[in-house]
Design a protein around this ligand. Structure first.
Ligand SMILES: Cc1cc2nc3c(=O)[nH]c(=O)nc-3n(C[C@H](O)[C@H](O)[C@H](O)COP(=O)(O)O)c2cc1C
Length: 207
């Protein structure tokens, strides 16, 4: 997925919510629209729809740049090595990342071992210079520490895959707000931040 002269940069959009028509999916769709408008191709991965096993701690990846498990994540490793930037959108569940998305993140121990144990990252050096992540999260409640858990996991995941978390949209009190369609300013912010992410990557790959 390395963009050639005419190829558009590639962004992956990860949805952590099982609700395809939910508020998280809606916010993500606005960010994706902005990134596309900036000139990127966007592949959306709906994590709760993937069939995969949580990490089994076999640690095959200590010595190999792949996972021993063969399932719905196997084909996504090349995508995550080659993507130009990432958008993660997730609800808060039990003050953290929902189980499916957390299990997905854990499976990227393949990238952790390559980077930190073998000093041989799976992401090419030129891509490591410009890859960024836009992090979007929604919480039902309105508590000061609503996003501490999801943010910590997202920061760790983004570091492991060499796609640092550089921007975020955090929406609290979703139980009170109910439907984000009633808050066009929040949807506009998602579009604008998706577009900014896309513009950054388009400019970076042109250099
Ligand atoms: C299993 C579950 C656990 C949840 N735990 C929390 C929580 O700990 N804190 C919070 O603020 N909201 C919590 N929520 C509320 C969701 O974050 C909120 O409803 C969010 O808008 C869901 O987004 P979605 O409908 O786009 O998937 C939880 C929801 C579910 C279904």
């Amino acid at each position: 997925m390395s963009p050639g002269n005419n190829e558009k940069p590639a962004i992956c959009a990860l949805l952590g919510s099982p609700r395809r028509q939910g508020n998280t999916a809606l916010l993500l769709s606005r960010a994706v629209a902005g990134a596309r408008e900036a000139g990127c191709t966007v592949t959306t991965v709906i994590v709760p729809s993937l069939e995969f096993s949580p990490c089994r701690e076999i640690y095959f990846c200590r010595d190999n740049d792949r996972c021993k498990l063969q399932d719905g994540i196997t084909g996504l490793y090349p995508l995550f090595a080659s993507l130009d930037s990432l958008i993660i959108a997730t609800p808060v569940m039990t003050m953290g990342v929902p189980g499916a998305l957390k299990s997905f993140m854990d499976r990227f121990q393949v990238f952790y071992c390559a980077k930190y144990l073998r000093n041989s990252p799976l992401v090419a050096p030129e891509k490591r210079k410009y890859r960024n992540t836009l992090f979007i999260s929604i919480a039902g409640m309105n508590l000061p520490d609503n996003f501490d858990g999801v943010r910590q996991s997202a920061l760790a995941f983004c570091d492991i895959i060499d796609c640092p978390l550089t921007d975020e949209i955090l929406v609290r009190d979703m139980d009170g707000k109910k439907d984000l369609n009633r808050f066009p300013e929040i949807l506009d912010e998602a579009y604008r931040k998706g577009r900014m992410l896309g513009e950054h990557v388009v400019a970076a790959v042109k250099k």
